[in-house]
Write a protein that binds this ligand. Sequence first.
Ligand SMILES: Nc1nc2c(ncn2[C@@H]2O[C@H](COP(=O)(O)OP(=O)(O)O)[C@@H](O)[C@H]2O)c(=O)[nH]1
Ligand SMILES: [Mg+2]
Ligand SMILES: [Zn+2]
Length: 310
Amino acid sequence: MPPPDEKDLPDAPLMASELSEGLVLSHLGQALAIEGPDDSIVFCHTRRQLGAVAVGDRVLWSSQDDNQGRVEKVQPRRSLLTRPAHGGRIRPVAANLDQLVIVVAPAPEPDWLLVDQYAAASEHRSLDVCIVINKADRLTQRETIEDALASYRTVGYPCHLVSAKTGEGLAGLRGALKHRCSMLAGQSGVGKSSLTNALLPGKNLRTRELSEKAGLGRHTTTAAMLYHLPEGGDLIDSPGVAVFGLAEMNAADLASGYREFRELLSHCQFNDCRHIQDKGCAIREAVADHRIDPSRYARFLKLLGKMHLA
Ligand SMILES: Nc1nc2c(ncn2[C@@H]2O[C@H](COP(=O)(O)OP(=O)(O)O)[C@@H](O)[C@H]2O)c(=O)[nH]1
Ligand SMILES: [Mg+2]
Ligand SMILES: [Zn+2]
C-alpha cells in the first residue's frame, strides 16, 4: 500500500518533553496570554478540538515557528465557573477558582438577589464565598447593611468591611485572599477595579504591558485577567458584570445552593418538594419560625421563578 499523503496524516503526537506548562492569564484579542514556567509570557492559539480555554486554566503548550505557542492540552480543572452564551451555549468564565468574592457597597444600593445568585452558583461549583462591603468610608447607615449581612454571617459566609479609598480593612481582606485563587464579582460601580488596584500595586502597568505585547495598544483590555498577589495567591479581575450563575443549575441545585436549606432538604414530606406551597415542607416551616431568614427565602423563590423563565 502506498504511504498516505503527508497532509492526510494526523498531527504527530507530541512528546511530553516538547510541551511546556503554562497558566492562562487572559484572552487578549485572538490569542491567549500564557505564563510559562520561567514567568515569561507567550501568546498562544488553541487547537480547534480543544474547546474553550478559560482564564486560570493550567495548560500544556508547544512552541510554534511564529514565536507563538499552541495550547495542546488543558489540565484537569479543580473548578469551572460558567455563564450562558448565545444559542443556549455555555461559556467558561474562570477555571480553578477557590473562592468568589462578592462585592457590595452602600452605593449603588446592594442587589441582594444578585448576591444570592452568585452565592448559589458558587455553592454549586464548590467554591468558597466571602462578602466584601466596600466604601466603608461612605457608610452612614451602617445598621441597614449590617441587618442584611447578618443572615449571610449566620449562614457562615465571612464578611469584610473595607474601603479601597482609605485602605480600611484591606489587611483582613488580603489575609482572606492569601494562597488562593479568587475572583471579584458584583454590580458595576461597587469598586471592584478600585479594590484590585489597591491590592495589586503594579496592576495597571502589567495590564498595559500585556495589551501592548499582544499588539492591542494601550486601552483595549476588557478581558478578565489573572494577577498574582504579592502575598501569594491569585486574583482575577473581570471587567463588566459577569452574568454567570444559574447556567447548568436546576431547581434542586438552587435549593442546595442556599447553604442553610441543605440539612433540612431531606426532612420535607415529599422528596420532590419544590419548597413553594408544598405540604409538609421543612424549609417553609423553618422560615415560619425564623430558623431561615425570610428574605433569603423570598429571594430563593424569585431566583426559582427567574430560572423557569430562562
Ligand atoms: N468613597 C469611596 N468610593 C469608592 C471606593 N471604591 C471605589 N470608589 C468609587 O466608586 C466608583 C466605581 O469604582 P470602580 O472601581 O470603577 O467599580 P467597579 O465597576 O466595580 O469596577 C469610582 O468612582 C470609585 O472612585 C471607596 O472605597 N470609597
Ligand atoms: Mg471595574
Ligand atoms: Zn420543601
